[in-house]
Design a protein around this ligand. Structure first.
Ligand SMILES: [Zn+2]
Length: 313
């Protein structure tokens, strides 16, 4: 790893990573030079460029339509780094990273466009032009590509043992199968279909068509409203009562929205996933059998594991 004179981007080569020279300055020097740490840039540029050793170099991309995997997977890897390495303040840096990604997708540019609306990630660099804004590629493909892999990771989450075991197995096989080759979006989808769980099979055809149509080939951005309370049942078990509303989507839009209970002290348990279809409200009661202690709150998509706007109360 070494520095390059460019101060606002890094670059990854096989076996060699260039970091911007500004990365080597401390926060005081950067401030004196008028460089603000926009979107936690200095925390993620290192892991992002290292991740390109796999995504982009070991596994290439077939065409501009598949480049979102190189940038998106590398950005998602940077979030993993935040989750495990910048963990002094719990998940603060991790949550901030994902909030920044949503902001990038929703902020109107000088052309008045929100990157999320400009087109699907598979349009690659063609997203940027005089009408959509020349920043459309950067502001869409990186954050949304990262979110797509993030959602895959959390859909594959295991209830016991290493929660990421299935996700890791998918990524290992994908890497092995396409080492020193170019992978396409459909190659990744086929590999995911090998590892998908029964819960993910929303169309009962053992395909991930629904997810790819919505987030990879589509431009939808759902809004969710989650309201909840706790009560006790006759056996003294805690009951979670909640309503979840999905809005701003097309009729065919389906989604699994994971629901968590926060027990405090960083202990967050997954209760299950709410299956949402179209613009609708789901009302449900879940008995939390053998739950020890009193939950502080319940949260939908606590791990920023669904791309959309969340109003949690
Ligand atoms: Zn990159």
């Amino acid at each position: 790893m070494t520095q390059q004179t460019a101060s606002d981007y890094g670059q990854s080569w096989p076996g060699l990573v260039y970091l911007p020279i500004s990365y080597y300055f401390d926060a005081t020097v950067r401030h004196q030079l008028g460089m603000e740490d926009a979107h936690g840039y200095f925390k993620v540029v290192g892991p992002h460029e290292v991740a390109h050793q796999w995504w982009g170099h070991l596994v290439g991309f077939n065409s501009y339509r598949d480049q979102w995997m190189s940038e998106g997977f590398s950005d998602m890897a940077a979030a993993l780094f935040l989750q495990y390495i910048y963990a002094q303040h719990g998940l603060d840096d991790y949550h901030r990273f994902w909030a920044d990604q949503r902001q990038l997708l929703l902020k109107r540019n000088e052309e008045g466009k929100r990157p999320i609306d400009v087109g699907p990630v598979t349009l690659g660099t063609r997203l940027s032009n005089a009408r959509s804004g020349f920043d459309a590629y950067q502001c869409l493909v990186y954050p949304k590509g990262a979110y797509i892999l993030q959602m895959v990771r959390f859909m594959l989450r295991q209830p016991s043992g290493d929660p990421d075991a299935r996700f890791k197995a998918l990524m290992h096989e994908f890497t092995r199968s396409f080492a020193n080759r170019a992978a396409s979006t459909e190659d990744f989808k086929a590999m995911l279909e090998k590892y998908m769980t029964a819960e993910m099979d929303l169309e009962q055809n053992h395909k991930m068509d629904w997810f790819f149509a919505e987030y990879v080939y589509g431009t939808e951005y759902p809004s969710y409203k989650f309201r909840h309370s706790f009560s006790k049942d006759r056996d003294g078990d805690t009951v979670l009562n909640f309503t979840l509303t999905q809005a701003n989507v097309s009729k065919r839009f389906v989604m699994l929205v994971p629901i968590y209970v926060d027990m405090g002290h960083g202990q967050v348990l997954r209760v299950g996933s709410a299956r949402m279809a179209g613009n609708a409200t789901l009302q449900q009661q879940v008995v939390l059998k053998e739950l020890k202690g009193k939950p502080r709150r319940a949260v939908a998509a606590y791990y920023d594991d669904v791309l959309g706007s969340f109003d949690n109360k």
